[in-house]
Design a protein around this ligand. Structure first.
Ligand code: ATP
Ligand code: MG
Length: 308
C-alpha cells in the first residue's frame, strides 16, 4: 500500500542559515500511530511544519495522499489536521463556533452533525456552547484537536499533545489518540516522553539534530528491550575469549577482566547455566556476576548522546 505521507530527502535550512533538517526520508503508513521522539530542538516541529506546508523545504519532496505539498498544496493540505505545539485559541469564542470556523477555512460545507460527533469523541459535548476562556488547559488542548479534525482530515499531526499535562490527563489523551486511530485517522505525534511513545505508538522514529536516527516497529524495539546482559568479572584478565566459548558470542572488555554475554529473557532457555559450566571448563574463575537490562530509554539515550 502506498504511504499516506512520504518524505523524501528533505532538507530545511532557515533564513538564518541554520539547517534544522538534513536529508530526512520517512514514509508514514495509513492507519498507524507514529511517534516522533526527540529532544528539544531536534527538528520535530520543523518536520511537521514542512509537511503541513507552513514552512517550505529547502530541498527534497513531500507527498500527502499522493499530492505534492508544493505543487498541489491545497489538495495535500486538505488531508491534514494539525494540532500545534502552542495553544492559540480565540478566548471569547464559543467552542462550537471556533470549530465551525476551522472547517470553513478549508472550504468545507457546514456540517454540525459531524462536528458534534467530533466534540463527543473528545468529551467536549458539555463544553460545546462555552467560551474557550472558561476551559482548563487540558480541555483547550481537546478543542485544538477538534479544530484540527473539523475538515475531516485523514492524517492528524499532534505536536507535543501532552506537554505540561498531568499524568491523568496524559492517559486520557492516550485513550483519545487510540480512539482516533480506531476511527481510521493516521496519527503522527511528537513527544519527549519515551513512555508516551511506548504506550501508544505502532512505530517509533527517533530524531536528533535534524536527522532521523531510527524508525522501527515498537514491538521490535520492545523485543530488543527483552535482551539482557550478563557481565562476568574474572579474577584474572584474559587476552582473548577462549575458543571453547566461541558459541556464546562473548564480548571481552578492553582490559580483559570482564566478559559480557547477551541473552533473551523471552527465550525458553537463557543458556546461563551451561555457560557458567563451560567457563569453569575453560579454566576461568569468576569474581562477580552482574545482569543489566537494556531499555528503550537506554536505546534512546545511546542514540542521541554523542560519543565522548
Ligand atoms: N524560524 C526559525 N529560524 C531559525 N531557526 C529555527 C526556526 N525555527 C526553529 N529553528 C531552529 O531549528 C531547530 C529545530 O527546531 P524545532 O522547533 O523544529 O525543534 P523541536 O524538535 O520541535 O523542539 P521542541 O521539542 O523544543 O519543540 C532548533 O535549533 C531551532 O532553534
Ligand atoms: Mg517542537
Amino acid at each position: 500500500m502506498a504511504p499516506i505521507v512520504s518524505v523524501q530527502s528533505l532538507t530545511k535550512r532557515y533564513d538564518s542559515g541554520f539547517e534544522a533538517l538534513t536529508d530526512v526520508s520517512l514514509d508514514i503508513r495509513e492507519g498507524e500511530i507514529l511517534a516522533l521522539l526527540g529532544p528539544n530542538g531536534a527538528g520535530k516541529t520543523t518536520l511537521i511544519s514542512t509537511i503541513c506546508g507552513i514552512t517550505n523545504p529547502t530541498s527534497g519532496r513531500i507527498e500527502v495522499g499522493g499530492h505534492d505539498t508544493i505543487e498541489e498544496f491545497r489538495a495535500a493540505r486538505s488531508l491534514i489536521g494539525l494540532v500545534p505545539q502552542e495553544i492559540n485559541l480565540e478566548p471569547f469564542e464559543k467552542v462550537i463556533n471556533s470549530v465551525r470556523f476551522s472547517r470553513g477555512l478549508f472550504g468545507q460545507a457546514p456540517n454540525d452533525a459531524y462536528l458534534d460527533e467530533v466534540l463527543a469523541r473528545l468529551s467536549l459535548t458539555d463544553k460545546r456552547d462555552q467560551k474557550i476562556v472558561t476551559l482548563s488547559g487540558g480541555m483547550k488542548r481537546r478543542v485544538l484537536i477538534a479544530k484540527a479534525l473539523s475538515h475531516e482530515p485523514r492524517v492528524l499531526f499532534l505536536d507535543e499533545p501532552t506537554a505540561g499535562v498531568d499524568v491523568e490527563l496524559r492517559r486520557d489523551m492516550w485513550d483519545t489518540v487510540a480512539e482516533l486511530k480506531a476511527s481510521g485517522v493516521t496519527i503522527i505525534l511528537t513527544t519527549h516522553y519515551i513512555e508516551e511513545a511506548e504506550a501508544i505508538a505502532d512505530r517509533i522514529a527517533v530524531i536528533n539534530k535534524g536527522r532521523i536516527l531510527l524508525v522501527q516497529d515498537k514491538e521490535a524495539l520492545m523485543a530488543e528491550m527483552g535482551r539482557k546482559e550478563l557481565r562476568i568479572e574474572l579474577t584474572e584478565p584474559v587476552a582473548e575469549v577462549p575458543a571453547a566459548l566461541a558459541e556464546y558470542d562473548l564480548e571481552r572488555s578492553e582490559d580483559g577482566t570482564a566478559l559480557t554475554y547477551c541473552y533473551d529473557t523471552h527465550a525458553e532457555s537463557t543458556g546461563i547455566t551451561r555457560l557458567l559450566t563451560d567457563l569453569r571448563g575453560a579454566g576461568l574463575h569468576l569474581r562477580d556476576l552482574q545482569t543489566r537490562q537494556s531499555s528503550l530509554e537506554e536505546i534512546f539515550v545511546g542514540l542521541v548522546t554523542e560519543p565522548a
